[in-house]
Design a binder for this molecule. Structure first.
Ligand SMILES: Cc1cc2nc3c(=O)[nH]c(=O)nc-3n(C[C@H](O)[C@H](O)[C@H](O)COP(=O)(O)OP(=O)(O)OC[C@H]3O[C@@H](n4cnc5c(N)ncnc54)[C@H](O)[C@@H]3O)c2cc1C
Length: 420
C-alpha cells in the first residue's frame, strides 16, 4: 500500500471537506477530495457563521469573498409568539469581536470554498461522482473504494490517511459503528425557505421568535444584495413539535399546510410572518435529529469530521462552524505531527470532547432556551415587563454560556492560538 495517490483522502466535498482541503493546502500537505454527487450544486438555504468560524475562513484568506456575498449580522433578537421583544444583543463586529458573524446561503458558502479549492489546488482536486463505500488500512496507508452515481464500482484511491467528511449519512461512520441505532429525534420538525422581502428590523438582524410547543421561527437575511424593489433574500425556518419525524434528507420538499396554521396569526408590527412564508418559492422539510456523541472518531489512519462525526440539532448556528473548526484543527495536527496516526489521535482527543459538549448543549440549552424560559414562565401570555418574567441578566447568561461551550466567547476566541 506504500504507493499513495495523495497524502490525505477527503471523502465528501461539503463545507467540512472543502475547508479541510484548503487548510491542508495552506499547511503544504497534498490531498484530494472524492464527492458522491456527479456535480456540486449550490444547495440548501441559510446558515450562520459565528465569529469563531469566520476567523478560520479569514485565516484562509476568504474574508473578502465571503463579505461580497454574505450579510454581516448586526444583532440577535428574540421575540415571543405575540411579537413582543424579549432580548436583543449585538452580534459579530458590532459586539466587539475581531471577526464578523455572517448570515449566508449554504450554496454561496460552498461556492466560495469550491472556487478557492479549484484555484489553489487545481481543477482536478475534487473528483465528483465517487461515492465512498468503505476504507481499508494497513500500517503504511489506506485504500478508499468508490461506486459511481449508478452504483457501479468506480475504482479506488490510496493515501496515507482518510477523513470521512461525508455528512449525516456517513458511510465511514457506519463502517466503524455499524450497530448505531436510528438518529435521535428531538420531537420537532422544521420547514425552511427563502423569500425576497423588504428589510426586517435592522436589515441585518437574526430573529428568533415563539417556542417549539406553539411554533418557533428563525428569520434572517442571507445575501448582501437588494433587488429592484429594495428587497433582501430572507431565510426563514419554522419549527414545531410533531410526533412523527420528517425524512432526514436536506433537499426534501415540504408542504405549507403542515406548518403554516401554527403561524396564521403572527401579524406583528415589525413583520407579517404568514405573508413572508406564503411568498417563499420553495419549502424544504427536515427533522430535528442528532446522534449521541461517539467515544472516538479516529481508528488508526481513518477519522471523521463535521456532520459525519457529530450531527447536531441545528439550534445554535454551529453545524457548519464546528465542521470548519474540525478541519482547521486536523490540518494543524497533521502539519505539526506529520501525516499519520499520531496526528489523527491528537485531533480526536481535542475535538471529540469539544463537539460532544456542543451536541449535548444544543439539546438542552442552546441560545433559543431564552425563548423556552420566557414561554414557560409567562405561560405563553403577554407580559408588561420582561424583567418581571425573566431578568435580563439570566437571559444574557444563557447566551454567554453557549458562547463558551461552542468556542466563541470573545475573550477565549481572541486568546486562542491559530489551529494551523
Ligand atoms: C444538499 C445539502 C443541503 C444542506 N442544506 C442545509 C441547510 O439548508 N441548512 C443547514 O443548516 N445545513 C444544511 N446542510 C448541512 C450543512 O452543510 C452541514 O450541517 C454543515 O455544513 C457541516 O458540513 P459537512 O461538510 O460535515 O457536511 P455536508 O455539508 O452535508 O457535506 C457532506 C458531503 O459529503 C458528500 N457525501 C455523502 N456521502 C458520501 C460518500 N459516501 N462518499 C463521498 N461523498 C459523500 C455529500 O454529497 C456532501 O457533499 C446541507 C447539506 C447538504 C449536503
Amino acid at each position: 500500500m506504500a504507493q499513495h495517490d495523495t497524502q490525505v483522502l477527503i471523502l465528501g466535498a461539503g463545507i467540512g471537506g472543502l475547508t479541510l482541503a484548503l487548510s491542508l493546502h495552506q499547511a503544504g500537505i497534498a490531498c484530494r477530495l472524492y464527492e458522491a454527487v456527479p456535480e456540486l450544486k449550490p444547495l440548501g438555504v441559510g446558515v450562520n457563521l459565528l465569529p469563531h468560524a469566520v476567523r478560520e475562513l479569514d485565516e484562509l484568506g476568504l474574508l473578502g469573498a465571503l463579505d461580497a456575498v454574505a450579510v454581516r449580522t448586526q444583532e440577535s433578537v428574540f421575540f415571543t409568539e405575540h411579537g413582543q421583544l424579549i432580548f436583543r444583543e449585538p452580534a459579530g463586529t458590532a459586539a466587539g469581536y475581531d471577526w464578523p458573524q455572517f448570515s449566508i446561503h449554504r450554496g454561496d458558502l460552498q461556492t466560495v470554498l469550491l472556487a478557492a479549492v479549484r484555484e489553489r489546488l487545481g481543477e482536478d482536486a475534487v473528483v465528483c461522482g465517487r461515492r465512498c463505500t468503505g476504507v481499508t488500512q494497513d500500517e503504511t496507508g489506506v485504500v478508499a473504494r468508490f461506486v459511481d452515481p449508478n452504483g457501479e464500482p468506480a475504482g479506488e484511491a490510496r493515501g496515507a490517511v482518510a477523513v470521512g467528511c461525508d455528512g449525516v449519512h456517513s458511510a465511514l461512520r457506519r463502517q466503524f459503528y455499524p450497530d448505531e441505532g436510528a438518529p435521535r429525534y428531538s420531537g420537532v420538525n422544521m420547514w425552511r425557505g427563502t423569500t425576497w422581502w423588504e428589510p426586517i428590523l435592522s436589515g441585518a438582524s437574526m430573529i428568533r421568535a415563539g417556542w417549539l410547543t406553539v411554533g418557533k421561527m428563525v428569520i434572517y437575511p442571507i445575501r448582501d444584495v437588494r433587488d429592484a424593489q429594495g428587497r433582501q433574500l430572507i431565510n426563514w425556518v419554522a419549527e414545531i413539535e410533531d410526533e412523527t419525524p420528517a425524512i432526514r434528507d436536506w433537499s426534501r420538499p415540504g408542504r405549507l399546510e403542515d406548518f403554516l396554521p401554527a403561524f396564521a396569526d403572527w401579524h406583528f408590527d415589525w413583520l407579517d410572518v404568514p405573508a413572508l412564508i406564503r411568498a417563499s418559492e420553495d419549502v424544504l422539510e427536515y427533522p430535528m435529529v442528532d446522534q449521541d456523541p461517539l467515544p472516538r472518531w479516529t481508528h488508526g489512519r481513518i477519522t471523521l469530521l463535521g456532520d459525519a462525526a457529530h450531527p447536531m440539532v441545528p439550534r445554535g448556528s454551529n453545524g457548519a462552524g464546528q465542521a470548519i473548526l474540525d478541519a482547521r484543527c486536523l490540518a494543524g495536527r497533521l502539519k505539526r505531527q506529520g501525516v499519520g496516526e499520531d496526528a489523527l489521535a491528537a485531533y480526536d482527543a481535542e475535538r471529540v470532547p469539544a463537539t460532544g459538549n456542543v451536541v449535548l448543549t444544543n439539546r438542552r440549552n442552546p441560545p433559543d432556551a431564552i425563548l423556552r424560559e420566557v414561554f414557560e414562565r409567562s405561560g405563553g401570555q403577554r407580559f408588561i415587563d420582561i424583567e418581571s418574567v425573566v431578568p435580563r441578566a439570566e437571559l444574557q447568561a444563557i447566551s454567554d454560556n453557549y458562547k463558551r461551550v461552542a468556542g466563541y466567547d470573545p475573550a477565549q476566541l481572541r486568546a486562542r492560538p491559530s489551529f494551523v
